[in-house]
Design a protein around this ligand. Structure first.
Ligand SMILES: Nc1nc2c(ncn2[C@@H]2O[C@H](COP(=O)(O)OP(=O)(O)OP(=O)(O)O)[C@@H](O)[C@H]2O)c(=O)[nH]1
Ligand SMILES: [Mg+2]
Length: 365
């Protein structure tokens, strides 16, 4: 049988919508994209009245790979578990198998575009007789996912600039401040002089939350009063970073604002101030996405990439969600490197993203 004749439900649907055969430039259908209005918060998650979260204590834990595996358990069950059920004992793979696989991938938040591409590649491999049985299909899928993650992989190197300016952005509640706290601890433990800037002046407790994290690793925080102009905080922080000769300045920003001012406009203003004080900075604009929000994270990545100069991604809350496939979707669709992943709330639950380790943790029994 000619395998490429089968399109599968989702791809058939997309072909209908677009009136074309699917191509590399296929975008996510509009009905899968949440509101792209950016003047208001895209996904309100944390009330401004939220108490400062306690900084969890570090405890003796199993190896990181074991924690990664257990953090990704729900994604693994929802993705690889279902694939294993599909291919269990299959002696031959045909176009129907790939059609069922397509549905599993789409519903695991791998994203329409990436799924369509993966299935097309697998159809080609099937046509070349490379997918003899279920095991071969499983291996091929792992390889294809890994190669897509590896294509955009670039760990963050802060040694290229001094001070290295890391601007952290994202909608409210995604884990920006927590991620910064974890990063401050890691960079400082590695011997770097770190400075934090509390440019989230929206929430009363935001600066305190950052200070609580800073205290844990002996890192200073530049802050102003609640409601102050975020750009003024950034201005002072850049001056202090240069004067104190720090290795890295990490800037926390608000996920929403008091005024109706467009969040993206505020980000642009902040960037202008940084660049004026430290030419060429920010050296990294890290977009934090909550993996548990699935397709919402994809639309946030689209909006921020277009308007806020995003250069890298951090995916948080991969523990406790079945939507970990989103890591593949956002990295691949937006050609952005995933720098970090968060698999828990403790200080050492943020790790450098390693595509090989990630796919091993997903696919290993
Ligand atoms: N389970 C889990 N929780 C996380 C992770 N990262 C952050 N969180 C939690 O998510 C919640 C929100 O985190 P924050 O760091 O305050 O989020 P934020 O983006 O700074 O939010 P705003 O300041 O309101 O914009 C907190 O309760 C964190 O402990 C993670 O990797 N796993
Ligand atoms: Mg915050």
């Amino acid at each position: 049988m000619e395998p490429t004749e089968k399109k599968g439900f989702f791809r058939g649907l997309i072909d209908k919508i677009t009136g074309t055969e699917t191509t590399e430039t296929l975008s996510v259908p509009q009905e899968m994209v949440v509101s792209e209005t950016v003047a208001e918060p895209i996904v309100p998650q944390t009330p401004e009245t939220a108490p400062v979260p306690a900084v969890p204590e570090t405890q003796a834990k199993p190896s990181f790979f074991e924690r990664l595996k257990s953090g990704l358990k729900k994604t693994k069950d929802g993705l690889v578990g279902r694939i294993d059920t599909l291919i269990l004992g299959k002696k031959t793979i045909d176009a129907d198998t790939l059609e069922e696989l397509e549905e599993i991938l789409i519903t695991s938040d791998i994203g329409v575009k990436t799924t369509v591409e993966l299935i097309r590649t697998l159809e080609q491999r099937l046509g070349r007789n490379e997918l003899k049985d279920g095991e071969a299909l499983r291996g091929a899928l792992k390889e294809e996912i890994l190669s897509r993650l590896t294509a955009h992989h670039r760990p963050l190197d802060i040694s290229s600039q001094r001070p290295f300016v890391l601007l952290v952005i994202g909608v409210n509640g995604v884990g920006k401040t927590t991620t910064i706290g974890k990063l401050a601890s890691r960079f400082s433990a590695a011997g770097n002089k770190v400075l934090l800037a509390a440019a989230d002046t929206f929430r009363a407790a935001a600066a305190e939350q950052l200070i609580a994290w800073g205290d844990r690793s002996g890192v200073d925080v530049i802050r102003h009063k609640e409601g102050a102009d975020p750009s003024a905080v950034v201005f002072d922080a850049c001056k202090a970073a240069v004067a104190r000769d720090v290795d890295i300045l990490i800037i926390d920003t608000a996920g929403r604002l008091h005024t109706k001012v467009n969040l993206m406009e505020e980000m642009k203003k902040i960037r202008r101030v940084i660049d004026r004080e430290i030419p060429g900075a920010p050296h990294e604009t890290l977009l934090v996405l909550d993996a548990a929000t699935g397709q919402n994270a994809v639309s946030q990545a689209r909006i921020f990439k277009e308007s806020a100069g995003v250069t890298g991604l951090a995916l948080t809350k991969l523990d406790g969600t079945a939507k970990g496939g989103i890591v593949v979707a956002v990295s691949h669709e937006f050609a952005l490197p995933v720098r970090y992943i968060g698999v828990g709330e403790s200080i050492d639950d943020l790790r450098d993203f390693d595509p090989q380790e990630f796919t091993d943790a997903l696919f290993q029994a």
